[in-house]
Design a protein around this ligand. Structure first.
Ligand SMILES: *Cc1c(COP(=O)(O)O)cnc(C)c1O
Length: 385
């Protein structure tokens, strides 16, 4: 174990591993001088699409813009509704609100923290009663685990809704052998540094199997350009993936598969050591998580003490998320499906995430586990509904 403080996500360890190759890639992008949509962007887009089994990848400035661009491609307008979970990062619903449309919040499944497919008919009903036109569902692959896509895809198909998969946290994961990126009308990814595939700044991408959407998205991310750059044929935005970030991501994508495997080993060590003491993450047999977070559950009344005990032992933790969107100032005014969101509201008080990254060595992890066991002494196990 090193003398450095324990990192929640250790980006420096990855930097040490990639070393020279990364430095060379960055400097050659700088020397080439094609800073906007240089050749690294196209190369990264092709490799990203191949990695996840999608036909097309479109690099964007970040994961939030990626969501907004998909909604623009769908022509979302005021009076339209988009169904999404409330237990997520704000960006999921923010992009809907940008376009003046209405997010409708649905509850999650308590075991997976992902959208509860059983709540979808309630959301559709709520949208119609509010006089809104339901247009799309945005799923979130929270903490690196993909949502339950079979019933969600069927629901979207039966009700004429588009499916956007917000895989900011789940890119690299799979569901029944299909990788995030290969499902739905669109998948969005974020390369924010702390995400499983992160760059050295902001970055994002959209994956789609539809050639028409791919072309439209390339125009929308570039001010709505037409065949000629100075004939703008639609209102777009400026949201391209930087050449420099693409150069960085090419190096990181090259080791991503190995990192995903390393994440499984770290998660398995936590599972083995902690599942007798505390509720650990549930991964359905047909899923491979990319472990954006390793999230456990502590009774609401004891969570703050647990976090303090961990901190006293030098172990950082984080709460994702302390409040579901339906309880946040900017989002309270949007409708919720059914009779409220009891599961989202309950888990927000109980979740806590432990340090998780592919370079967490066994010795450091054993220390974290010992600290967690001490901090858990006398803490009751959360009972799942
Ligand atoms: C990080 C994140 C986003 C936004 O990605 P940015 O690249 O930071 O804009 C969207 N949705 C979820 C679920 C996220 O975790």
């Amino acid at each position: 174990m090193s003398d450095e403080p324990i990192a929640f996500i250790d980006l420096k360890a990855q930097r040490r591993r990639i070393g020279e190759r990364m430095t060379t890639a960055i400097l050659s992008a700088v020397d080439d001088g094609q800073y906007i949509l240089g050749p690294q962007v196209g190369e990264f887009e092709r490799k990203l699409a191949t990695f996840c089994g999608a036909q097309h990848a479109i690099g964007t400035a970040n994961g939030t813009d990626a969501l907004g661009l998909c909604l623009m491609a769908l022509g979302l307008k005021p009076n339209d509704a988009v169904i999404c979970p409330a237990f997520t990062f704000a960006a999921t619903a923010e992009a809907v609100a940008w376009l003046g449309a209405t997010p409708i919040f649905v509850d999650i499944d308590e075991a997976t923290y992902n959208m509860d497919p059983k709540a979808l008919p309630l959301a559709l009903d709520m949208a119609r009663r509010a006089g809104l036109t339901p247009r799309a569902v945005i799923t979130v692959d929270l903490f690196g685990l993909m949502a339950d896509y079979d019933p969600i895809e069927a629901f979207c198909r039966d009700n004429g809704l588009s499916l956007i998969c917000d895989s900011a946290q789940g890119f690299g994961a799979s569901y029944k052998g299909r990788r995030a990126g290969a499902i739905g009308d669109f998948t969005t990814a974020s390369f924010f540094p702390a995400k499983p595939l992160g760059c050295y700044g902001d970055g994002g991408a959209i994956l789609t199997n539809d050639a028409g959407y791919s072309e439209l998205l390339r125009s929308l991310r570039f001010h709505g350009k037409g065949a000629d750059k100075y004939d703008n044929v639609r209102i777009g935005m400026n949201s391209r993936l930087d050449t420099l970030q693409a150069a960085i991501l090419l190096e990181k994508l090259a080791i991503f598969e190995e990192e995903i495997a390393a994440r499984q080993a770290v998660a398995a060590r936590y599972d083995n050591a902690l599942s007798d003491f505390v509720v650990t993450p549930f991964v359905p047999a047909h899923c491979v998580s990319v472990w954006a977070q390793y999230t456990i559950r502590i009774p609401a009344t004891q969570r703050a003490r647990f976090i303090d005990e961990m901190k006293a032992r030098g172990v950082p933790t984080n709460i994702y998320y302390p409040k579901p969107l339906n309880q946040q100032t900017a989002y309270k005014r949007f409708p919720v499906a059914g009779n409220g969101l009891p599961v989202s509201e309950k888990v927000a008080k109980e979740v806590v995430s432990l340090p998780m990254h592919p370079y967490l060595d066994e010795e450091t992890q054993s220390y974290i586990i010992a600290a967690a066991r001490e901090a858990l002494a006398g803490v009751a196990r959360v009972s799942l509904a």
